[in-house]
Design a protein around this ligand. Sequence first.
Ligand code: NAX
Length: 328
Amino acid sequence: MTSPIRVAVTGAAGSISYSLLFRIASGEMLGPDTPVILHLLEIPPAMSALEGVAMEIQDCAFPLLQDMVLTDEAKTGFDGAHIAILVGGKPRGPGMLRADLVEANGPIFTGQGRAINDFADDDIRVCVVGNPCNTNALIAMHNAPDVPNERFTAMTRLDENRAKSQLADKSGRPISAITNLGIWGNHSKTMYPDFFNTRIDGKPVTDVIDDTAWLKEEFISTVQGRGAAIIQARGSSSAASAANAAIDHVRDWFTPTPEGDWHAMAVPSTGAYGIEEGLIFSYPVRCDGEGNYEIVEGIELNDFAKAKIAETKEELLGEREIVKNLLG
Ligand code: NAX
C-alpha cells in the first residue's frame, strides 16, 4: 500500500460525479494499491445533496477510501490535493449561446485556479471537465502562476471514446483494434476527430473502411454532435460516459501509453502544429506513467485536417478573447 492520494472533485453532488466518485473510491482510477481521500467541493445550496452522496459512498465500504472531506470552500476543497477533477459549473440553459456559457462559468475557475495555486500539493494534476472545458482550464492555469502550466488539462477523452466506438461499429472490429485516435482542438462541435491517422488492427482506417465520404462527413458530425444527441434522447447530458472518460483520462496520465499509440488530452500548446503557445488545445499525447505527457510530434496532417484544425483553433481564440479579463 502506498500513501493516500487526495483527489478533489468539484460539482461533487452533480450528475457526472454521481458516477465518478464511486469509481474513484473503488480504485478504478488509481489502481488497487492506492488509498484515496476524497475532497468533495460544492456550492452551499448543494451541500445537503452532497451529504446524501457521501452517505452512499460510505455505505459501499470501499476498502481503499480512507476519508472524505465535504466542503463549500475552495481552500478546504483543494488543501493538499494531488489530483483535481473540476466538474462543477453551471449547465448550459435553454437559449444560452456558447459565449454565454463561457462568460457564466469563467469566474468559477479564477477562484479555483487561485485555490489550487495556494493550497494544493506541489504535485497537483488538474483535469477540467466542466464546460467550456478548454477555456475553463486556461482560466484556472492563468490564475495559478506557481503551478507548472502543463499540469492543467481538459477532457477530450469522451470524444476519443465516442469516435473509437463509431469506428468499431462501422468496421465490425473490436474497440481494442482501434488505436491512435487523436482529437484535435476544442471540446465542442468544432473538434476534429482525426480518422486519417487512426489505425484499425494496425492498418490505416481508410484501408479498412473504404467509405471516405462517411468518414469525412457522418463520422465526424456524429462524434461532434454526440453530446447533443444524448441530451435529445435522454433529456439530460452525458453523465456516466463522461465520468468514465474522466477515469480514463486520469488513469492513463499515470500509465505508460502503449508503444506507438496515443490518447486525446487537451493540454497547453507548446506551439506544436502552429497552435498559439499556451492555448489549451486537444492533441494526441503520450504519457510516461509518472504523471508526465508529451504532445506527439510529426503527425502528418493533410489539407482536410489542417482546415478542420484551423477552424477549431479560431473558436478557441474567440473563447480566449471573451475571457481575457479573467486571465490574470
Ligand atoms: P450537474 O449540473 O448535474 O452538476 C454540476 C454541479 O456543479 C452541481 O451540483 C452544482 O451545484 C455544482 N457547482 C456549480 N458551481 C460550482 C462551484 N463554483 N464549485 C463547485 N461546484 C459547483 O452537471 P453535470 O452533468 O455533472 O456536468 C458537469 C459539467 O460537465 C458541465 O459543465 C457539463 O457541460 C460538462 N460536461 C463535460 C464533458 C466533457 O467531455 N468535457 C461531457 C459531459 C458534460 O457535458
